[in-house]
Design a protein around this ligand. Sequence first.
Ligand code: ATP
Length: 204
Amino acid sequence: MAQLRRVGLLGGTFDPVHTGHIRMAVRARDHFGLDQVIFMPAGRPPHKDGLVRTPDEDRLAMLAVATEDEPAFTVSRLEIDRRGLSYTALTLTQLTQENPDTVYFFILGADSLDYLDQWYRPDIICRLAIIAVADRPPFSREKQEEKAQEMRSRFGADVRFFPFEPCDVSSTQIREMCRRGEDLRGLVPQPVDDYIRRAGLYRY
Ligand code: ATP
């Protein structure tokens, strides 16, 4: 039998993509030996009432420039082009139907693991993907392990932590810094910084 492809799925609002996202993808790729990491920007994120202020095409364009030097990284429009709220369970259902030869690693930060059980159909997510978790402050390792155990016993989840030095950056922080006209160096990839300035994003 042909070997299964190992593919990471990193979902998010990416408003904008920042160095935390890129580092997570790099670490997950190296740790799990992933052939590919798909960045999946949400069209209408359920946990944000389906609202994102920044146009889809800008979020996609920033992801494109942030990932252009990594051949294993790709950006998908699947959730942007799908109608309705962007449920990961639906995305994984579609991806696994279309790619039966692939094992998926759903990459997420510890803050997302903390409420994954409240997402739409966590049972489907845990059946169709290995849950690959990156440390993220302020969640203690103890709290993360407790949550992982709960997901294992409730949904039979395969939760795995990968080495990730905590990286205290968020899209919210970047948007606020832009509003105040502050320097984003080191917090977003340089081409993303250039794009934000050219397009005049996050000024208000
Ligand atoms: P916002 O501040 O707008 O809520 P965010 O920085 O959390 O955004 P998202 O696009 O919502 O970014 O996150 C996508 C995924 O990346 C989530 O699983 C989140 O937990 C994870 N993530 C984002 N930033 C980090 C970080 N610095 N460390 C670890 N995980 C992160």
